[in-house]
Structures are given as structure tokens and as C-alpha cells.
Design a protein around this ligand. Sequence first.
Ligand code: MCN
Ligand code: MOS
Length: 764
Amino acid sequence: MTFITPKAKHGDASDGNLGGRLSRLDGPAKITGSATYAAEHQIDGLVYAVTVQSTIAAGVVTSVDASAAEASPGVLLVLTPDNIMPLKSATTWAGTPGPEGPFLALPRIVSFNGQHIAAVVAETLEQATAAAALIRVTYEEKAHVYGLDDPKAGEGVPIDRMTMSRGDAVKALAEAPVRIEQEYRTPREYNVAIEPHGIIARWEADSLTLWEPSQWIDGMARSYAEWFDIPFENVRMISPYIGGGFGSKALSLPHGAVAAIAARMLGKPVKLVVTRPQTFTAYGGRPATRQTLALGATREGKLLSIVQHGVNETSMLGVAVEPLGSVTAIMYAVPNFSSRQNIIPLNTVTPGALRAPGENPSAFGIESAIDELAYEVGIDPLQIRLLNYAEEDPQAKIPWSTRRLREAFAAGAEAFGWSKRSPAPRSMREGKQLIGWGVAAGTYPVRRTPGEALVRILADGTAEVASSSIDMGQGTYTILAQTAAEVLGIPVEQVRVKLGDSALPRAPVAGGSQLANLMTGAVHKAAHAARDELIGLALNHPGSPFLDQQTNTLTIADGVISTPRSEQPSISIADFMRVIGQEKVEALRDTLPEDKKNTQDRYNNFTTMMAMKPPTEGGYSLHSWCAHFVEVRVDEDFGTVRVSRMVSALDSGRLYNPKLAESQWRGGIIMGIGQALLEEGVVDPRYARVINNNLGDYLVATNADIPDLQVISVGIPDHHASVLGGKAVGELPIVGVAPAIANAVFHATGKRIRDLPITLDKLL
Ligand code: MCN
Ligand code: MOS
């Protein structure tokens, strides 16, 4: 793979400073196996839980015969809806009251196939697994709705907060000289993190310790506190290393409740790890979506109107909304726009978040439709995007803070060689291989939620950064160490970052691609405060060598304090701390300025997952942008599609660590290739059961599917977006990949595929 990155634009940042290409500090621990994941913690007296899932999709559990399981060797406890301890309800991620607690553990009402019905706890995992197979559940079965195509699915429920409009879209569409109207579909998709969800729960009196992978330590710990009606401080959640989450590890889940209940009832620590098949029903991935998009335009390709109606599936119990209008509303300068969305309850687990929820399928719709319009009016797909370029946010009608999408198109087109494209479909080939070139754009908002960090300078001259935020592979450990090292003026190896523990200062969710901006901001502030305090001591402490120097400031570099103008006197931080007899100098700071923080108390500051307001700041609209250029090769006889080349240019503002940001971008693009060509949860209509619930049948992209991926940064520092000038990185790159591939497939074959994934049966 090749990478192109402009030189760091912020002075001569060494690799250890912000902007440097430092390798991941957690890398060696992961490579050598010393990084401990949740289920690997060695806890004395551990016993093992295994859950039993429903085999019907809708109905009532009439009885659970646990007698054989209870008599099975090593079994300590069988949990059923009859004996499970009831829980209180917990606040949802949106800060509203949640469903009843017992529903979250082992309910009697069955609302999807694969729902937890019972659990066995035994001395060993093997004993628990064997006993779980002996449990006999009888049901009174009811009719189920298996998916969006089920005739019983109906129209669903309108979600009013998703309704958007400007101008008169219906009228403008009717009057438009050119109209395109199509339906675009995405299937149920799964997170497929390499580390399956698992938990160890241990009670000591009324205190609960949980080792569980978590994208949101504070939010998840709060759920357990509310379920068990104990103070937040009594819950300790520990999650130093996480084997990927992609949105699926941000909320507490029913199996976590089961483990904690079992541990409480038995008075023993309990480990519960879901199996790979159970990861398809223990929590939901991206819901299936459908959207109709109607575009009205002039004969020259200028957009006049967009009318959109979207639906996504949800469960019978929960409200999951995959916002399909998010990219549609802002990507192009179209005066008339209307969008509305319904959710359709089905017998499925409640869908969750998967990398760029909303933006991802939204872009599949609009970025496919604009491509269809380009062919309809006979102009180049890149040209039509520039022709309709939005110079300001067309929905909020305010300026962008920065929008380097034009630069992304230019840089991507240049590196890809777009100008050599032959316009007609099926006009490029190599033997039996039809070659297609496609382009699509993407965007992701910049979100802002408060988060705290503590920075501590220690007596030995090293420093500590502490926050309950997490690193699931994005690079949080590394960029926070770089932030502190730069401000404190000490080498990055001398900074220890502590994350993933609810006992540390409060942090927001590692979701919505917000953590890097928020936590570098908090660490930057805290490190400045700690540094100022250290310098204050050096200027004023009676034992300080600087006391009678005629200076009102000092510098710190390479761990040495000195006067700005001369090298003398100078003293290392460690020596200075010893001279003045100080143990530590520390400061705790929050990301957002005081006036931007929500005014509720400290606890409530962290109860919602993300700031739910539109991403505007000081009258600016805040977003990251990207453009993907794809070459596909489609075998004319077999209909197989391979992505043979890809260039993506991305605007994430300032990059804190270009090496890690590029890795994030490549990871997102790889997931996008999998989404476009491979991923699809297949549901058997007879049982509403996901039948490809394993990695042999639910295909994700592997190395052999991935070509040379060139990523180009076109961002510039954006200080409206964040304290240090960065914008969102993590979810941006997946947005627009699937439509770019679909557009390339159309160019290669003349066939427009409007429902993902693009498999050979649809091309033959
Ligand atoms: N970064 C940077 N410059 C910036 C912003 C970010 O260099 N201006 C780099 C940093 O290395 C940072 C990383 O990009 O650690 C991601 O930053 P950010 O965009 O703020 O995203 P978060 O830290 O909030 O991470 C969450 C995001 C989401 S929402 C999903 S989903 C996702 C993703 O990150 N899941 C991931 N990337 C993932 N990467 C891995 N390996 N595993 C997952 O589960
Ligand atoms: Mo990411 S899907 O917002 O965790």
C-alpha cells in the first residue's frame, strides 16, 4: 500500500509531538500478548456462564425445564425468567428513561430469534456449555415479521425529528426538466469486531467490578449502577484494551446484566463471553434501510429539488433510527429539499450503531443518485458534483467552518488519473475484464461533548495522563501522550497514559468520531495548567535556582527547565521536584469552554452519549469531507467484481498523528469495500433467524480483497471545529465507499445496482 501525506504543518514536530508519525504506543503490548483483554483477566474463584437463546422469533415462554441442566456436573445456577433477579430501568444513551430492567436480562416475552431465555453457570466453561444444551424451553408461538420485505411489515412509525425541508421540493420536482427517481437499499450489517463481547462481573458487598470491553465507560457503568440501584461510585468498569467495537461496545447489553445478576446471586465472580454466532443476536448492527430518492434537475445537470423518503428496521421493543437524510441534506446546493423517515418494527434484536450510522447509507443513496443524473444529462460524474458544489451549509444556511471537498476532488482526481476516463459505460476493458471508474463523496459531522483529563507531573520528571476514555485501536493512548509531551516539554516515552477505567476522570463515548478532538483538547488544557503551575513554583519557590533570576517566565524542553534567554541556570524537572520536595504537580481540565458546557451537574454532563445538537459552533457548520475514486474489474462471464485500485482524499482538518489517521482511513475504506461487495445479514423468513451468523458465511473483506489504497490528506487546521484544529477521522472514510464502487460497477457494466451488496447474481 502507498501513503501520501503532506509534511506536518506545525513547525518541526518531532514524532513524539502532536502531528508526528509516532507508532502506536500500545503496539508492543498487543504484539507480545501482554495487553489483557476483558475476558483474559485472571480473577480468583471465577465461574462461567453460558446463555441459551430462543429458537422462535415471537411468542411467550410457557416453561423452562432446567432439571437436567441442574443435575449436570459442575452446575451452580440455572437462571430462567422464573428465578432471575429483577432490575430497575436504566437511562438510555439519549438520556431518557430506558425500558424495564427485567426486559434486558431474561424475558418471558420473545420478540426475536436468538434472544437470551436462560443461562447456566458452572465451574467450567465446558460444563456450562454442556448443561445449557440440556435446557428445554417451550413456547406459545405468535406470528412474526421477519424483515422489511415481509408483507406484514407495514408503513412503520414516522420519526418527526428526522423530517427536514427547505423550499417547495414537491413542486420543484414536478416542474424539473429532468427527473430521476429510484429506490436504494442496504441490508442488515454487523460490526464483527475481532474480540467478541464478554464480561467478568464480581461483587464485593454492594460494589460491582466489571471487566468488559467498552467504548463508553461512563455510560455503561451508569447503566449497571441504575439496574442494581447502587451509587455510580460503587461500579468500577475496567477496559484498558478492546479488540474493536465499531459502534457495538458503547452500551450495556442484556448478557452483561445476566453476568452481573448471576455473580450477585451466587456471590462468585462470573465470566460470560458470547460465542461468535451469538454476536449476531446479542446486540444489533446496522439496520436494513430503504430509501426512495427523487432528483429534479435542469438539462445541464443543476439540481433543483430532492425529495427523499427513508425507512429502517427496528425491533419490537426499541427505537433505532438510521438517519438517511443526513448526507442528502447537506452535500449539494439544492434550493428545494424534503426528507422524512419511518422506522418499521420487526422481530429482530434492536439494531445498533455501525461505523457512520446514518451518513453511511445516506451517502449510498445520494451519491448513487447524483451519478445516475450525470449519465442522464451526459456530463462527467466528477463535473456534476462540482456543478452542484455547496459553498455553504444549504440546510442550516450558515458557512462551513472548513470544507476542503473541492481540494479532495482535485487531489483525488489527479492521483487517480480521472481525466483519462472514457465516459461511456462498457468502454474500458482488458480481455474479459470490464473496467469501470467511479467517484463518490462522503462527509461526517464534528461532534462536541464535554470530557475531562487529568495531567500529573511526577517527582521523577515523568508525567501521567488519566481519563476514562478508551482506545479500541484508534490511537487514543498515542495521541494523548503526544499532546502532553508537546505541552509539558518532555519526551513522549516519559508520558504514561491511563485509560479505560471508570475510576479515572469522566469522558464521553468513543463514538461519533469525537474522542480525539475532545480528549486532545482536555489534555492540552490540563497539561498547560500543570506546566504553568510547575513554572510558577520554579519562579517563586524559595528553594528554586531561578528565584533571583530577572525573569517572569521559564521554558521547558526535553524535560529540562531553563530561562528563555540563556541556558543557565537550568535544571531537570526531576531534580527540581527533589530540590523543592514536591511529590507531584497536577491539573484536571474539561474540553469545552465553561460557557459551552451544559449547565446540569457534573453527573448529568455525561448522561447523554453525544451532544445531540447540530454540529454548529460560532455560526459555522462543522463537518469532515472525503472523495473516493475507485477502479473495479468485473469479469464479463462470471460477474465477479474486484476493486483493483482506489484513491481517497480526505479533509479531517489537522491530523494529530498522520500515521494513525491514515490507518483509520484505510480501515474505514476496507470496511466500505466489504459493505459494497460482501456483507449482508441473511434472514430466513420462516423463522426470522439470521442464518449466516458466523465468519464463514457472513463475509467481511480480507487482505485478498483489498488493493493498493492511496490516502491523501487535504485538511487544514480548523479551530472552529476543535481546540487543536482537528475534525472527525474514524467514521469519515467509510462514507461514500459503497456508492463509489456501485458507480464504478455501472461504468464497467452499464448495470446500476441499487441494493447492497453488489454480488455476481445481480450482475449476470
Ligand atoms: N486522529 C488524528 N487526527 C484527528 C482526529 C483523529 O490523527 N484530527 C486519529 C487518532 O489516532 C485518533 C483516531 O484518528 O485516535 C480516531 O479519532 P476520532 O475520529 O476522534 O474517533 P474516536 O477516537 O472517537 O473513535 C471512534 C471511531 C468510531 S465512532 C468508530 S465506529 C470506529 C473508529 O473510531 N471504530 C473503530 N475507528 C476504529 N478503529 C479501530 N481500530 N477499531 C474500532 O472499533
Ligand atoms: Mo461509532 S459507530 O459512532 O461507535
